[in-house]
Write a protein that binds this ligand. Structure first.
Ligand code: NAI
Length: 345
C-alpha cells in the first residue's frame, strides 16, 4: 500500500476559496491516498474572530506532509494586521520560494522554461521598519546562511533536473555589502558544482533580458524582493499571473500556492483562473515523489502536468484573463476529465 498523505488546506482570501475549491475537485482525480485538513487563517478569518490564524494552527501543521494554500490578503491600510504569509514563511522557515515558469504554446509570445529561486525569509520582508523624525527607515537583512541555502538548493535542483546554467540576480553595484554578500556566497557555492555554469545579472538588466530573451534563462537565484517582482514580470510573459504556481520549501514542510494575490477585482465571480493553483498541486506531488521516494506521486505529477497542458493549449478552456469565457470550475472539470482520458490512453 502507498503512503497516506496529510495535506493542510488554507482557502485564503479574495479569489482564494474559488481556486482552492477547483483544486480540491482535481485532487479527487489524483490516484494517491490524500487526507485533507482545513486550516483557518487570513484577513477574512481575522475580521470574524480577531485572530489572523487559528490557535491550533502550528500544532496541526506539525502533523502534515504539505499545505495547499490560496492567497491571503494583507491590507496596506490596517497597521495592526501583519502579513500571515510572512508569519507562516518565518515560523516554518520556508526559505525557498521556487517558481517554475514553463510557457504554454498557445498563450505566451516566447517559449521558455525557467525557474526562479527566490530567497523567502530575509531581505526587506523581515518587516523591521520605523520612523526617525520624518524619515522612514526599513532594514534589509541578507545573511550568509540565507544566501548559501537558497544558492545550494538552486544548484542541486539544476543538477537533478538537467539544467546547466544558474544565474544570480543582484544589485551589488549599489548595495555593495548586502547584495555583495548574496553574490559572493552564490559564487562560493557554485564552486561545488563545476559542471554547471554560474553567471550574474544586475536586477534591472534581468528585467529587460527576461522580456527580450526569456528563453536564454534557466535557473535564477534572487534575494526576496527581486524574486517577487521578477516573478510577476514573467507571469505577464506567460499570458496571465493566474497560470503560475509555486513551492515554498524549508527543511520540515512544503507549502504550495499560486504566485498571484487575492485579485479582489474579480473575487466572487467564479472566473478566477485556477491553473496556477493546479500547477502548485503538481509541484506538491513532485515534492512527495522526491521527499518520500514515491514513484507513484511522480507519475501522478507528470500526468497532471500533461492534463493541464492539454486543457490550456489544445482544448483552450480559458478563463477571461486569457481571453476566454470559461468559469473557474469549467477548467477544473476539464482537467479532471483530461486526467481520466490520459489514464485510459
Ligand atoms: P493580484 O495578483 O491579486 O492581482 C493582479 C492582477 O492579476 C489583477 O488584475 C487580478 O485580477 C489578476 N489576477 C491575479 N490572479 C488571477 C487569477 N487567478 N485569475 C485571473 N486573474 C488574476 O495582485 P494585487 O492586486 O497587487 O494583490 C492584492 C493583494 O493580494 C495584496 O495586497 C496582497 O495582500 C495579496 N497577495 C497575496 C499573496 C499570497 O498570499 N501569496 C501574493 C501576492 C499578493
Amino acid at each position: 500500500m502507498g503512503k497516506k498523505y496529510r495535506v493542510g488546506v488554507i482557502k485564503g482570501d479574495g479569489i482564494g476559496p474559488e481556486i482552492i475549491e477547483a483544486t480540491l475537485y482535481v485532487v479527487q482525480y489524483i490516484d494517491l491516498d490524500i487526507e485533507l485538513v482545513e486550516l483557518q487563517a487570513g484577513y477574512e478569518y481575522y475580521k470574524k474572530t480577531g485572530k489572523a490564524i487559528e490557535d491550533r494552527f502550528f500544532e496541526e501543521v506539525r502533523k502534515l506532509d504539505a499545505i495547499l494554500k490560496g492567497p491571503l490578503y494583507t491590507p496596506p491600510h490596517d497597521l495592526n494586521f501583519r502579513s500571515v504569509n510572512v508569519m507562516i514563511r518565518k515560523e516554518l522557515d520556508l526559505y525557498a520560494n521556487i517558481r517554475p515558469f514553463k510557457s504554454f504554446k498557445s498563450l505566451s509570445q516566447k517559449q521558455f522554461n525557467l525557474v526562479i529561486f527566490r530567497e523567502n525569509t530575509e531581505g526587506e520582508y523581515v518587516g523591521i521598519e520605523g520612523m526617525f523624525n520624518d524619515i522612514a527607515i526599513s532594514l534589509r537583512l541578507i545573511s550568509v546562511k540565507g544566501a548559501e541555502r537558497i544558492s545550494r538548493l538552486a544548484f542541486d535542483y539544476a543538477k537533478t533536473m538537467g539544467f546547466n546554467k544558474v544565474v544570480v540576480i543582484h544589485k551589488a553595484n549599489i548595495l555593495k555589502i548586502s547584495d555583495g554578500l548574496f553574490r559572493n556566497v552564490f559564487f562560493k557555492v557554485a564552486k561545488e558544482f563545476p559542471n554547471i555554469v554560474a553567471e550574474e545579472v544586475i536586477v534591472d538588466t534581468a528585467a529587460y533580458l527576461l522580456v527580450k530573451n526569456p528563453e536564454k534563462f534557466q535557473i535564477l537565484v534572487t534575494p526576496n524582493l527581486y524574486g517577487d517582482i521578477l516573478s510577476d514580470l514573467v507571469g505577464g510573459l506567460m499570458g496571465s499571473l493566474g497560470l503560475c504556481g509555486s513551492a515554498l520549501v524549508g527543511d520540515s514542510i512544503g507549502v504550495f500556492e499560486p504566485i498571484h494575490g487575492v485579485a479582489l477585482d474579480i473575487a466572487g465571480k467564479g472566473i478566477a483562473n485556477p491553473v496556477g493553483s493546479f500547477v502548485s498541486l503538481k509541484l506538491m506531488l513532485e515534492y512527495f515523489g522526491q521527499r518520500y521516494g514515491d514513484s507513484k506521486a511522480v507519475k501522478e505529477s507528470k500526468l497532471l502536468e500533461k492534463a493541464i497542458q492539454n486543457v490550456v493549449d489544445e482544448k483552450r478552456i480559458w478563463t477571461p484573463d486569457l481571453g476566454g469565457n470559461y468559469k473557474t470550475m469549467d477548467v477544473a472539470k476539464a482537467v479532471a476529465e483530461e486526467l481520466e482520458l490520459l489514464r485510459k490512453a
